[in-house]
Design a protein around this ligand. Sequence first.
Ligand SMILES: Nc1nc(Cl)c2ncn([C@@H]3O[C@H](CO)[C@@H](O)[C@H]3O)c2n1
Length: 234
Amino acid sequence: MSTHIAAQPGQIAPRVLLPGDPLRARWIAETFLDGAECYTEVRGMLGYTGTYRGERVSVQGTGMGQPSASIYVNELIREYDAQQLVRVGSCGALTERLKVRDVVLAQAAATDSSMNTLRFSGYHYPATAHFGLLRNAVEAAEQARAAHLVGTVFSSDSFYHSRPELTQKVVEYGVVAVEMEAAEIYTLAAQHGRQALGVMTVSDHIVTGEETTAQEREQTFGDMVTIALEAMLA
Ligand SMILES: Nc1nc(Cl)c2ncn([C@@H]3O[C@H](CO)[C@@H](O)[C@H]3O)c2n1
């Protein structure tokens, strides 16, 4: 086992879905994976492995924010040799090009986090998704007839922004949604030569104030999970 994941070697599949919420990891395992078995409950951050269309797939909660996601992605890559890491979760729409329940396919992630500032002191790093996974996800979204948008997201360290005007600034440069994990997941995957992508459902609309109900989140999360799984298996 690793420091934060209690799996034995081989218990985690090369393909890993990464919801922030551990209870959503359980829902994904129970709803989409055949024969899913829980391999970790350390700190309540659940992880499961099962099969999807006959292929082994794992789903591991990451928690909220880049520091937490960094712990799980580092251990999934370094200790369990994960190859594909696809974040599935919620995001807030920053543009009226999006409606709540739309799926955002994050081609890149800007961030206000210090994590890449510390890594690349002196210059800025473009945290980008794996093109092949992104291309597969677009095809899967079209196949599923799911409303979707490919765009850049803003991975913020804050949910309650002390300077909300900064979030608006990135909108002027085409950023379409805000969330809290993608930039770190993309950077770690690139560091280790792995494949990463973020597939997120709009749960809140910063411009219109619209929010999804708990029931709506579940259904539209279904489209997002299907797109992520199909993107990995394509
Ligand atoms: N900053 C921020 N803002 C908005 Cl409007 C969000 N909508 C969903 N999330 C995601 O959901 C969690 C916060 O509720 C985080 O994991 C984050 O990735 C959001 N994070």
